[in-house]
Design a protein around this ligand. Structure first.
Ligand code: ARG
Length: 476
């Protein structure tokens, strides 16, 4: 993006250089000009602005408001403006305040007087709402593609590590055995819900405000459904006041983005923990880590740490947007200009973090032996032993107490459950026999949880097959 120029007005006696300057007798204060301008950031909407303008002008010509020749000139001129922008030679001007007036002035520069007809039956209020919806729609689609890549990478990893035993945690205390693949599929579930939320959000983004004018529509015989058709909108905003003032769709996007980032942050936190010396469960690829300027031994998990850190700004943008709308009377207010920077940063942050994870996940080295060793500690088969006693006919509460006693004994001796003797166990329940050692077998404990949604390797593999189909259903 090029910085807009701020050279002084040619006619300093009035705001005559402004497209709206007619009723003004004094020039805009230089600070106010800077303060109110949005072109520094909303030039990002330029291509959507042009797309919207061409559709608007075409519709106007079809409705007889513009002649066919006028439309042809406008369409050609907007094509030239687009070429200037794409080539990076467009001169953005703060005096022209925003992307809309910059583009319109450039159009007039290319095609002359007829360019001034483009703004017939339109206001910047319905124009900007249209632009940002078009822009966001495109970005949601791009985001869905990248999220799809990450989801697919998680399934590949889950399938590869379906048989990999690890301790599952509650309260960050070793709890019960799980498959590493199952854990990856838990991440998959969070993110697939997010993808679905993006779909839902997109439906409400993809509604056309254009034609609402400044707030009360227009006196020209326009065909808003035709404009919607030309721009690929699913629906036309029903109420002109609401159409220009509504930014719910941006808030919804921010809410989805915040939830995605919370999920990324949780994933990042686990990666940071697992990559630590204390856990040693995974090795992050060198390409995703950096070193320390002082400590030669360090390999820091910067990428997941940054992702975790960036969740803060995204949640902040959600708060900014929702607060922006609070207390605004109908219809458009200049407050709404404040929607763009948060939305753009949401998009950029989400895109970068999604890319980071989509590229990191396939390179993740899983340290199976370390995971297995960790699973052998912490009595994670204790529930299996209690379940065994239940199968022998003991009530679960009694079984729980028996195993609790065995755990206490193992803690006292500093050993694991399978290291207690059968005699030890028989002191707690005389009915126990050698089969308890099968129950405590680490391979068996994983396979034993064999039901829909369970962590048995066969269930994980079946879930991966379903997951591939579910991605298709959600992401198309
Ligand atoms: N730059 C403005 C925005 O982002 C465009 C709409 C301005 N409308 C107005 N009536 N001043 O919201």
């Amino acid at each position: 993006m090029s910085p807009p120029t701020t050279e002084p007005s040619e006619n300093p006696s009035a705001a005559a250089d402004k497209p709206w300057g007619g009723r003004f007798t004094a020039p805009t204060d230089a600070f106010v000009e800077e303060f109110t301008a949005s072109v520094g950031f909303d030039q990002r909407l330029a291509l959507c602005d042009i797309e919207g303008s061409i559709a608007h002008a075409r519709m106007l010509s079809e409705c007889g408001v513009l002649s066919t020749a006028e439309f042809a000139d406008i369409e050609r001129g907007l094509g030239l403006v687009r070429a200037d922008i794409e080539a990076g030679r467009f001169q953005w001007s703060v005096k022209l305040e925003d992307v809309h007036m910059n583009v319109e002035r450039a159009l007039v520069g290319h095609v002359g007087e007829v360019g001034k007809k483009l703004h017939t039956a339109r206001s910047r209020n319905d124009q900007v709402a249209t632009d940002i919806r078009l822009y966001l729609r495109g970005q949601i689609d791009a985001l869905k593609d990248n999220l799809g890549r990450l989801l697919a990478a998680l399934i590949v990893l889950a399938e590869r590590e379906a048989d990999t035993l690890m301790p599952g945690y509650t309260h960050l205390q070793a709890a019960q055995p799980v498959s590493f693949g199952h854990h990856m599929l838990a991440w998959f579930e969070m993110l697939l819900r997010d993808a679905d939320r993006l779909n839902d959000c997109r439906r409400r983004v993809n509604v056309l405000p254009l034609g609402a004018g400044a707030l009360a529509g227009t006196t020209f015989p326009i065909d808003r459904h035709r404009t919607a058709e030309l721009l690929g909108f699913d629906a036309v905003a029903e109420n002109s006041l609401d159409a220009v003032s509504d930014r719910d769709f941006a808030i919804e996007f921010a809410a989805v983005a915040a939830l995605v980032m919370v999920h990324y942050s949780r994933m990042a936190e686990e990666l940071v923990l697992w990559n630590s010396q204390a856990f040693g469960f995974v090795d992050l690829d060198d390409a995703f880590c950096t070193g320390s300027s002082m400590m030669p031994q360090k390999k820091n998990p910067d990428v997941p740490e940054l992702v975790r850190g960036k969740s803060g700004r995204v949640v902040g943008h959600l708060v900014a947007l929702i607060t922006l709308m609070k207390g605004q009377p109908l219809a458009y207010n200049k407050d709404n200009q404040e929607d763009k920077e948060p939305v753009f940063d949401l998009i950029d942050t989400l895109a970068a973090c999604t890319r980071a994870f989509a590229e990191l996940v396939p390179t993740l080295q899983v340290r199976r032996e370390r995971l297995r060793a960790a699973a052998a500690q912490g009595f994670i088969a204790a529930t299996d032993l209690a379940d065994h006693l239940v199968r022998m006919g003991r009530p679960f509460r009694d079984a729980h107490a028996v195993v609790g006693g065995a755990v206490a004994l193992a803690v006292e001796r500093g050993c694991e459950l399978h290291e207690l003797s059968l005699e030890d166990y028989r002191r707690f329940d005389a009915g126990l026999d050698e089969s308890i050692y099968d129950v405590l077998d680490m391979d068996r404990v994983l396979k034993a949880r064999n039901h829909f949604g369970g962590t048995a390797p066969a269930q994980v593999r079946a879930a991966c097959v379903r997951a591939r189909e579910r991605i298709k259903r959600v992401l198309g």
